[in-house]
Write a protein that binds this ligand. Structure first.
Ligand code: AMP
Length: 215
């Protein structure tokens, strides 16, 4: 099963992606995670991506399409996978469509986790992420506090605030989302693969709604 997760920054799609991959046993491909890992390793691609990420802008399509194109050839994807944070522009969606076509595959579900903009700003500015990239658990200073302040409940590592989770950058990320990524909603609707789920409410309820659309 091939799933695309769509939703604004802070919509909770990353949290839902982690729950879904546990449930379905398929890998998650998050382009944001790939760029953060590359940056941590100090690769040229990671350093290039950082210049865009710090401003809340999108990394150029050629870079992203190259990274994803390479990832999609790996053998661990045979049973399917979930794309989180990709595609984010129409050219990316078209590139993905072409790659899948050559592999004789197609997207089964494009799930939109739908959250109003003003809620997204409140959520992102309080978000705290686990420093251990293998864990990546997310908490919130108001809505989902860790048991011990600054410490991950799951693996015990420190929590941090992502560089791009400050209000100025958040507003830019939202503007970019509405302009460049929101058109993908129509794109997948036309193809008959869009599944809308409201992203407001308890995490478990949202997850139940996603499971329902997958059936
Ligand atoms: P995320 O972790 O998905 O919120 O991504 C963090 C940042 O990485 C974004 O704000 C972009 O700068 C960059 N990024 C991640 N995925 C993409 C993508 N598919 N296209 C362009 N830029 C991306």
């Amino acid at each position: 099963m091939i799933i695309v997760l769509l939703g604004g920054p802070g919509s909770g799609k990353g949290t839902q992606a982690k729950k879904l991959i546990d449930k379905l046993g398929i890998p998650q491909i998050s382009t944001g995670d790939i760029f953060r890992a590359a940056l941590k390793e100090g690769t040229p691609m990671g350093l290039k991506a950082k210049t865009y990420m710090d401003k809340g802008e999108l990394v150029p399509d050629e870079v992203v399409n190259g990274v994803v194109g390479e990832r999609l050839t790996k053998p661990d994807l045979a049973k399917g996978y979930m794309l989180d944070g990709f595609p984010r522009t129409l050219p990316q969606a078209q590139s993905l469509g072409k790659i899948l076509e050559t592999q004789g595959k197609s997207i089964d579900h494009a799930i939109l986790v739908d959250v109003p903009d003003k809620e997204l700003v409140a959520r992102l500015s309080g978000r705290r992420t686990c420093k251990n990239s293998a864990c990546g658990a997310m908490f919130h200073v108001m809505f989902n506090q860790s048991k011990q302040e600054g410490i991950c409940d799951v693996c015990g590592s420190n929590l941090y605030q992502r560089d791009d989770d400050n209000e100025v950058v958040i507003r830019e990320r939202l503007a970019v989302y509405n302009k460049q990524t929101a058109p993908l909603i129509d794109y997948y609707e036309t193809k008959g693969s869009l599944r809308r789920v409201t992203g407001v409410g308890p995490i478990e309820e949202i997850f139940a709604a996603i499971e329902k659309v997958l059936k």
